[in-house]
Design a protein around this ligand. Structure first.
Ligand code: NAP
Ligand code: MG
Length: 500
């Protein structure tokens, strides 16, 4: 592309009042999503053995809307006793009614749940956005459609398991304890529950403390779908409730998605027991841009890779590596594009970047911004206005960073990108692989041969080529190194929930 048609030249303001000066002049009229139809109760109980019951100690905690800091609802805190009751219900269901149901019948339940999710998709999207801060456009167009897709996909496998493992006899594992994080609340639930049920297991699931709402709506769907009591149990609570699940003696498998730190605690806890486990942990994905890449497309890819869901994405591309010849151009275009991102009310359909999920995460990300500056990196933040109330952080990038910097090595889990350069493919591979993580990465180039070289040399579970953040239930997902153990999704996801 010639310089004359570059994006920079297109929206460079020609006068102070130019409509093309996004930052100061061009504003979209707000387009708020109507949230009034989404029913929210004042209080949510535990879902155990097909019923909504009060927690044994009668304790509740608050779930906030991170965009307004207002309280949405009280959520039950499950104790050891409650977790034990949930496990007993799951065991009883596993040994009773559920095990006598054929794969074909299990599929019917899964299809029913998938269709009910579709029917209630707008309500679920609104709640996901209110509780977690992600833009409604993302929860509406990405999260919830993928949730339904996962249930449809695994419904299709439920009566065909012997074809997934030809010549062998797959059997369910038993009672599965599942613990999920706050970045994709309902989607992580779907990744865990859909394959578990398809393979004939029963489940005790704990959502993350800050985002329990859609899991409790899902419990209503499960009840309305007529699933036998005890097959799915949902216990809300904080880390301690998660630990009660991990340490419960009658759980056969732990499926965990969350931070590497908690993943290590869980791995120690299950060591020496006969519990199976899969761990989906943190990441620090590299985005490698070669000088022959379609630059504008690559810039869009970078924006998607790091600012999607405020950067609260385990597979986020948080480290940009750009070949020296195009570095200036890519950084300039990237900064221009940053200025066009709309940060604010997650329920507004124009919003590109919503609220940071919680005060705690807001503080963590801000801490890393300080660390970056202290390490000597140059910080660039978009000049957009952000709401006074709520947890918002401007899209940020750091240039002039070193491979050893903490902001390059540690997962920030926010809208923060570091930018490095490279000269040769081998240098890019070395830098890309030089973190403790290995979850996802991306490469942009015109040459298929370079894609193959990078794809086979970068130690990450996923390598996207000329795109990023593409998800599909048929595709396995998981990490190398400290990014985790095991795979979810696709046929690999069935193997994680069966004994062969
Ligand atoms: P986290 O602090 O590890 O929490 C994950 C879940 O574990 C939450 O439900 C949490 O409860 C619970 N938990 C906390 N301490 C526990 C303990 N000692 N024993 C058992 N459970 C415990 O992670 P997060 O901050 O919620 O999520 C962000 C992390 O998840 C990032 O590192 C991200 O990369 C990772 N992630 C990975 C994937 C993947 O597929 N690889 C996908 C999404 C996210 P509370 O909510 O009450 O703390
Ligand atoms: Mg919340």
């Amino acid at each position: 592309m010639s310089e004359a048609t570059e994006t920079k030249d297109i929206y460079k303001p020609t006068s102070p009042n130019s409509k093309l000066d996004f930052a100061s002049v061009w504003e979209y009229a707000s387009a708020p999503q109507d949230a009034s139809f989404a029913e929210v109760k004042d209080r949510y109980e535990l879902f155990i053995n097909g019923e909504f019951i009060e927690p044994s100690k009668g304790r509740y905690f608050k779930s906030l809307n991170p965009a307004t800091e207002e309280e949405i609802a009280d959520i039950a805190e499950a104790t050891q006793e409650d977790v034990d009751n949930a496990v007993k219900a799951a065991r009883k269901a596993f040994e009773g009614e559920w095990s006598s149901i054929s794969g074909k019948e299990r599929a019917k339940y899964l299809y029913r749940i998938a269709r009910m999710i579709q029917e209630r998709s707008r309500e679920l999207a609104v709640l996901e956005t209110m509780d977690g801060g992600k833009p409604i456009r993302e929860s509406r167009d990405v999260d919830i459609p993928l949730v339904a897709a996962h249930f449809f996909y695994y419904a299709g496998w439920a009566d065909k398991l012997e074809y997934a493992f030809p010549g062998r006899t797959p059997e369910p594992i038993g009672v599965c304890g599942q613990i999920i994080p706050w970045n994709f609340p309902l989607l992580m639930l779907a990744w865990k529950i859909a394959p578990a049920l398809a393979c004939g297991n029963t489940v005790v699931l704990k959502p993350a403390e800050t985002t329990s709402l859609t899991a409790m709506k899902f419990a209503e769907i499960v009840r309305d779908a007529g699933l036998p009591a005890g097959v799915i149990n949902i216990v809300t609570g904080a880390g301690q409730t998660g630990a009660e699940i991990v340490n419960h003696k009658d759980i056969d498998k732990i499926a965990f998605t969350g931070s590497t730190n908690v993943g290590k605690i869980i791995r120690k806890a299950v060591a020496g027991t006969d519990k199976r486990y899969t761990l989906e942990l943190g990441g620090k994905g590299a985005l490698v841009i070669f000088d022959d890449a379609p630059i504008d497309q690559a810039v869009e890819g970078i924006i998607n890779a790091i600012y999607f869901n405020q950067g609260h994405v385990c597979c986020a591309g948080s480290r940009l590596m750009v070949q020296e010849g195009v570095a200036d151009k890519v950084i300039r275009k990237l900064k221009d594009r940053l200025e066009t991102l709309i940060v604010g009310d997650p329920l507004d359909k124009n919003t590109d970047v919503g609220a940071i999920n919680s005060q705690q995460q807001y503080e963590t990300v801000n801490k890393y911004l300080e660390v970056g500056v202290e390490e000597g990196a140059d910080i660039y933040q978009s000049k957009c206005s952000i709401p006074e109330q709520g947890f918002f952080i401007r899209p940020t990038l750091f240039t002039n960073v070193a491979q050893s910097n903490r902001i390059v090595q540690e997962e920030i889990f926010g809208p923060v990108l570091t930018v490095q350069t490279f000269r040769t493919a081998d240098e890019a591979i070395q830098k890309a692989n030089n973190t403790p993580y290995g979850l996802a990465s991306g490469v942009w180039t015109d040459k298929g041969s370079k894609i193959f070289k990078m794809g086979s040399s970068m130690r990450s579970g996923v390598v996207w080529a000329n795109t990023y953040n593409k998800f599909d239930p048929t595709s396995p997902f998981g990490g190398y190194k400290e990014s985790g153990v095991g795979r979810e999704g696709g046929m690999h996801g069935l193997a994680a929930y069966t004994k062969i």
